[in-house]
Design a protein around this ligand. Sequence first.
Ligand SMILES: [Zn+2]
Length: 284
Amino acid sequence: MKSTSIAAYGATALSLLQSRDPAGFEKLFQYLTPSSLRTLQDCLCEALDTKTTSGTHPGWQSLSSTEKTQCCNEVVAEAVLRRLVFKCLRKYSTCSTPQTMEEALKHHTLPKSLKEELVERYGGDPPNTWYDALQRLKVIADNNADQRNPGLWELVLDHPMTAYVPVQCQSCGLVVPDDLNSDLTDEQVGLREEEPTDEEAPLVRSGWFRGPRPHAKVFVLTCTECGVVSRWFRSRDPYVILNAQKWGRLCGEQEDLRLDLANYLDSHPNVLASGLGSYLERVQ
Ligand SMILES: [Zn+2]
């Protein structure tokens, strides 16, 4: 019981830290690195060591240094888990409707090179849209009577439709190096931020790209190879994410798209039975 009450006291102290510096607190949690975790732990230990609310907890004072560190770790770990659950629930709340998803799948005409790649890989007629390509996957999944072959959901996850696409020049395809494999500045790679146009504004979201980007911006790329100017932005909208014309699709967009596709396929019971259902059976 003693440890529980100290943990509750720790959670109160953590809330107090948040109220003192909401932006700084959010930043520490948003990009969890060893350094930010260490800072969180130090701030929390310091807050618990001083009078934060109605005085220090008597149990806290009797803990050894190691026990205090352990206690802080537990409080921070619980907060991290709570925030992850909250983010998952919030993500589910943004899921596109099956109708929107189907329209988005039918919206983009696939480029010739992609059509050829898909025919070579999956057979059938050249697909004009992602919707056509998905129909081809359904045929393949239906023909896979042998359960050792991939089901629909596995085919979807391995399909160019849901693949990672690096941000690149939308003319020549020169890839913009991300921050993990480049020390180049935005300016050096030909990139600058710009406010979205009225048309773009509802589609643009904030998020990581070559570092944290807390505000929803459009990235204007002047290609260092061919000189063509491209506009690109992070988005939650499936119409944007499914753009097949050298449009960057980062990990976050991949996850959003998978969620939308799972929800879309889930709305077709026969597809669920042959696709997601068989997949779930195999992984159990
Ligand atoms: Zn280019």
